[in-house]
Design a protein. Structure first.
Length: 180
């Protein structure tokens, strides 16, 4: 009786602990989706024309594997040169020529780094302007929906433009001894 009770308690404990996220992962019961940023496109398998296959060396990199860092660097920084690449289409070359990519300053990154490293003294009123504090604009008004619906209905019946006439608004009532 004590052995069956111990097995029951062990099974119950395992079941309860498997509901926890980390225990579930440790036991191999949880899901582990692939990292979408680590997915790499691999070239298709193909048979060499001479069928002279050589067995792979253990630990050696795949011969057709592409270094993802080098591939990303090539994609990102391929526009730094003014000369069009050989794999560009005619429309891409025309777009670059029309946009003036050949006239781009090659030292623009250094210029931006130099300018962004300089200290910028802000105006004391910059924050107020950004937050729109102390503006002279009137506060927003609330349209009276029932009166507006009646005005629109009357304008449609009279066949007059809807832009004629004042829009009815709900005005804030001041009450109390402080006028608030």
């Amino acid at each position: 009786m004590s052995v069956s009770r111990s097995l029951f308690l062990l099974g119950l404990t395992t079941l309860l602990l498997s509901a926890c996220g980390e225990i579930r992962q440790d036991l191999g019961l949880g899901r582990s989706p692939p990292d979408e940023f680590a997915v790499v496109e691999r070239p298709p398998l193909s048979m060499p024309p001479d069928y002279g296959l050589h067995p792979p060396r253990p630990g050696a990199p795949r011969p057709q594997a592409v270094d993802t860092a080098a591939q990303a660097k090539d994609v990102l920084f391929s526009g730094e040169t003014s000369a069009p690449r050989a794999d560009m289409s005619d429309s891409e070359k025309a777009l670059l020529a029309t946009s003036g990519a050949a006239k781009a300053d090659p030292a623009i990154r250094n210029t931006i780094d130099r300018e962004s490293s300089q200290k910028v003294d802000a105006s004391p009123h910059l924050v107020e302007r950004l937050m729109n504090v102390g503006n002279d604009k009137k506060p927003a008004v609330t349209v009276d929906p029932e009166a507006e619906a009646a005005r629109i209905k009357k304008a449609k019946e009279d066949k007059t433009p809807l832009t004629q006439g004042a829009t009815p608004i709900i005005e804030k009532q001041t009450s109390g001894w402080l006028g608030m």
